[in-house]
Unconditional design. Structure first.
Length: 218
């Protein structure tokens, strides 16, 4: 459970009244914790996973993109929501995504997912399909560059979701001026001021920004 901007009691209540992860996702979360130690915090929370599946089902994308796959929890959740589309994953780590590959096969989703390894700014630049749905959860200093690439490739009306945008609540603390917090504030300002999109930040886990490309733009 991640409860960075809500009280622990409210976060627990939300989790207890949301659809719980199935045994495969629980197994993946446990393996990630054992294999990656403190880095397991990079994995999305269970309620986020349920949310990603539901949003994917609602959007019904033909082309979905994930930037930052880690060990595969979020990609499993997105791929499960697809109905005929493909999820294109971009990451730099062969080590961590090897776990993701195993779980795509265990979940029967391998035919719905493609993985491209390499610096995402380069690999995304070469991606030439209009994107219906995207999820960004990669290195935070790269967020502005990834954002520009993804918004440019989103179809009008397409949806981009960005994780960790409340940064454990530090973005709203005027006394926090460390570099990671300042960078996230600057990213949030960039998105909020972009006339190409409509934006809302949800207080889910560590903050999830929903960004819809305005449909009158190409």
């Amino acid at each position: 459970m991640k409860a960075y901007v809500l009280t622990q009691s409210v976060a627990r209540y939300i989790l207890d009244h949301s659809t719980r992860p199935d045994p495969l996702l629980a197994e993946l979360a446990a393996e990630t914790a054992a294999a990656t130690g403190e880095s397991a915090e990079m994995q999305i929370s269970a309620d986020q996973g349920t949310f990603l599946t539901m949003i994917t089902q609602l959007v019904a994308p033909r082309v979905a993109v994930e930037v930052g796959t880690f060990t595969g929890y979020s990609s499993v959740c997105i791929a499960r929501g697809l109905s005929g589309g493909t999820l294109h994953c971009f990451d730099v780590s062969e080590e961590w995504t090897s776990i993701a590959r195993r779980y795509w096969h265990k979940a029967g989703l391998a035919d719905r997912v493609t993985l491209t390894l390499g610096p995402a700014q380069d690999t995304l630049s070469a991606f030439d399909q209009p994107i219906d749905l995207a999820f960004l959860d990669a290195d935070k200093p790269g967020y502005p560059a990834y954002y520009e690439l993804l918004v440019g490739k989103l179809r009008p009306g397409g949806l981009l979701m960005v994780d960790n945008t409340l940064w454990t609540g530090h973005v709203a603390d005027p006394d926090r001026d460390d570099a990671p917090t300042v960078r996230m504030r600057e990213f949030n300002d960039l998105v909020a001021e972009d006339p190409r999109v409509t934006v809302v930040i949800l207080p889910l886990a560590d903050g999830l920004t929903m960004i819809r490309k305005n449909p009158d733009l190409s």
